[in-house]
Design a protein around this ligand. Structure first.
Ligand code: HSE
Length: 309
């Protein structure tokens, strides 16, 4: 295969935690994401040459896409450099993996241009350097689904071990993004350092049954597993009308409803597109009556992850 001079990619939004799996579970969206163009250059180094959509730093060391690209670049030591253009559609601080899309996108694209010297786990490790810049902690629950697609479980970050999980065919997701910003670092600071043993038991039982439900396409078990007694009680106060939205989504037939990553976006998982449309309509009607601007998305689960355009 002749080496490409440039590549254009779609880097998807992702939902982390998925209620029961704080910092370990995530899934990939199909219809929401950023675009990036990465070009090989005769000039060594990594440059961010253009950012459209949101006001983010062009300095390589201050940009999550730049930091993750540098981590790969310093390891690979190629003879060329790379220029990165970022067309951001995922608002920073939205809770649907905006920084992860940038961090994963740059390393994915450079790896393709170098003819794939690294596997997806190695790419996730480089991207974690960029993600750490945004959230001040090294977690991979948004990066893994962006790079691998579908549902993923981060078994451990050190050593990095990512498990790909199956995606039941009829699963759809609805995302409501209230247009307020919540910084991941602040949302993490709200969480307790220790939790009750009884809560831990509930949570790990739900993670186990959730994984089993994905493997067996057991939607009833999925519904019973999509619960969060550890993180949601602390974070839900940050999200205006969280409980009302949850009631509406569950009454409209959603299997589960929770906070997407560190918020403010919320997600519902639904069996079938028809139910997802009902959930979306219910949330739209309700949130239109609040004074808060919002975006609403309905998406299939993206089993591919980042796509070459
Ligand atoms: N697991 C992370 C959190 C995802 O909830 O803080 C946000 O980046």
């Amino acid at each position: 295969m002749a080496s490409l001079p440039y590549i254009k990619i779609f880097s998807p939004a992702t939902v982390a935690n998925v209620s029961c799996g704080f910092d370990v579970l995530g899934y990939c969206l199909d219809s929401v994401g950023d675009e990036m163009i990465v070009r090989k250059s005769d000039h060594k180094g990594i440059r961010i040459t253009k950012i459209e959509g949101f006001d983010l730093p062009l300095e390589t060391e201050l940009n999550v896409a730049g930091v993750s690209a540098l981590a790969l670049y310093n390891d690979a030591k190629p003879e060329c450099g790379f220029d990165i253009e970022i067309y951001k559609h995922i608002k920073p601080g939205s809770g649907i993996g905006s920084s992860s899309a940038s961090a994963a996108g740059s390393v994915f694209a450079i790896n393709e241009l170098l003819e794939r010297p690294y596997n997806k786990t190695e790419l996730t490790a480089f991207a974690m350097k960029g993600e750490a810049l945004a959230s001040q902690s090294e977690h991979a629950d948004n990066l893994a689904p962006a790079l691998f697609g579908g549902f993923t479980l981060v078994k451990s970050v050190s050593p990095l071990n990512i498990i790909e999980l199956p995606s039941p065919r009829d699963l759809y997701t609805v995302i409501l993004h209230p247009q307020i910003e919540i910084k991941t670092s602040e949302s993490r600071a709200l969480l307790p350092k220790e939790i009750l043993l009884s809560h831990a038991i509930t949570q790990w039982s739900n993670v186990g049954s959730f994984v089993h439900a994905l493997h067996t396409e057991d939607y009833n078990l999925l519904q019973e597993s999509l619960k969060d007694v550890v993180v949601e009680p602390f974070r839900k106060a940050l999200i205006p009308h969280f409980e009302d939205m949850k009631t509406i989504a569950l009454n409209s037939g959603a299997l589960g409803f929770g906070i997407s990553g560190s918020g403010p976006s919320v997600f519902a998982l639904c069996k079938g597109q028809e139910t997802a449309e009902k959930v979306k309509d219910g949330l739209h009607q309700f949130y239109s009556k609040t004074q808060i601007e919002f975006e609403l998305h309905l998406s299939k689960i993206n089993t591919e992850g980042i796509k070459i355009l």
